[in-house]
Write a protein that binds this ligand. Structure first.
Ligand code: GN1
Ligand code: MG
Length: 390
């Protein structure tokens, strides 16, 4: 895996461009990075985070001033219309920026919105020679993100960040955003796909896959809960983030406060419940979603309370009675849904999520199902938290 492109650069200097090779894909990272650098100079490029879809790099422009930006190769098998993704990103970020400007000066805490960078040719998307699709985004300086929540203060900041994000977009009509990923978070659609894949390919018989099949079967009727509420009109479409997991929340390294939320690919119309569920399922699992020890996975209700406390500080202003009544189901559902997506991808031969080994998606599914089970076993406690904090 590429960690530091400069370190592995050929010392001979004969090759002016660094080539990263992944399978038969050869990309010119430096060339792409230079398209977004004002004076064309790049000090360093490192792989950043562990996203399951896109490839993300942190580019250092000048080692002395530590100025960075983000370079990303967009996965066009998932985001088939990257132009539309960028358009949504522009609409959402411009709206949030104009809302931020209305805040009274001086009194507010730091909040940064990632900006889309234009390349030298003024385009927001560049195509590599092999058809790969690239973009540049601003980096929120002086911040870190974490795969797991460390304590209740961190949890409250994670919740605050999502509440801030929803609040800033709460007056953007959702139809100003395109649906860039059809079916995303529509659990019944994932169930249909799962049924098809299972019928076509079957599941390799093992205690783990048997557990997964049983787990999905026992919950397939209930899994319509949010879509049914949407159809009835009790839950409304709003602009959502789509992927507000813990490592997308940027924490200021000095103050420890949340300073922004990144990864705006899945900003689109949806239910805020998908976001709240995703934030809680990723934040309240102290083992992390990549643990191999899936049997020990539990949902931490202290962290859950702290995330809700942070989230509702702002968001309670726009949530309705019906919104509150579906929060427990949202938490349970998004853990179930992600497990279902991982399990389906495992059965299908790992074509959607990046994997490090063939059973990676199976283990990830087991983690999420175990988490969903832990959520179910603490239903009364989670409902009580929602009652207490609202
Ligand atoms: C994917 O690539 P990443 O990590 O930002 C996925 C999310 C999942 C997440 C699980 C577009 O996000 O929905 O919750 O993995 N994104 C997409 O880690 O499918
Ligand atoms: Mg993402």
């Amino acid at each position: 895996m590429l960690k530091n492109a400069i370190e592995s650069r050929k010392p001979s200097g004969l090759r002016s461009l660094f080539l990263v090779s992944r399978g038969d894909q050869v990309e010119d990272l430096f060339y792409m990075a230079k398209q977004f650098a004002a004076d064309g100079r790049i000090a360093d490029i490192r792989e950043l985070g562990n996203g399951n879809i896109n490839d993300t790099f942190l580019v250092t422009l000048d080692a002395r001033t530590e100025k960075h930006f983000i370079l990303q190769r967009i996965n066009t098998r998932v985001f088939v219309n990257p132009e539309l993704v960028m358009r949504n990103m522009r609409v959402a970020t411009e709206h949030m920026r104009s809302r931020l400007e209305l805040r009274p000066p001086g009194k507010s805490r730091r909040w940064e919105i990632p900006a889309v960078l234009l390349a030298h040719d003024r385009r927001a998307i560049l195509h590599g020679p092999d058809g790969s699709v690239w973009r540049g985004l601003s980096f929120i300086e002086g911040c870190r993100s974490f795969d797991m929540i460390s304590d209740e203060r961190h949890a409250e900041e994670v919740g605050y960040a999502l509440g801030m994000f929803h609040t800033l977009l709460s007056d953007l009509p959702p139809d100003k955003l395109a649906d860039t990923l059809e079916g995303f978070h529509i659990t019944p659609r994932y169930l249909l796909r799962y049924d098809e894949v299972l019928a076509q390919r079957g599941a390799p018989g093992s205690p783990e896959t048997d557990y997964c099949v049983r787990f999905v079967n026992e919950r397939s009727r209930w899994a319509h809960v949010l879509e049914d509420a949407k159809k009835k009109g009790s839950l409304l479409l709003r602009p959502i983030h789509g992927d507000p997991k813990v490592d997308n929340i940027m924490i200021d390294a000095v103050t420890g406060q949340a300073a922004g939320i990144v990864d705006l690919d899945t900003v689109k119309p949806g239910l805020v419940h998908y976001d709240i569920g995703d934030c809680l399922r990723s934040g309240c699992n102290p083992s992390g979603e990549e643990t191999m020890k899936w049997e020990g996975v539990v949902f931490d209700t202290d962290i859950c309370r702290a995330i809700f406390r942070g989230y509702l500080a702002d968001a309670r202003r726009f949530l309705t009675e019906d919104d509150f009544s579906c929060l427990y189901d949202a938490v349970r559902l998004i853990a179930f849904e992600l497990g279902l997506r991982f399990f389906t991808d495992f059965l299908e031969g790992n074509i959607y999520f990046k994997v490090k080994q063939p059973e990676h998606n199976l283990v990830r599914a087991l983690v999420q199902f175990r988490l969903a089970e832990s959520i179910e076993s603490q239903e009364a406690a989670i409902r009580a938290i929602v009652r207490d904090v609202r």
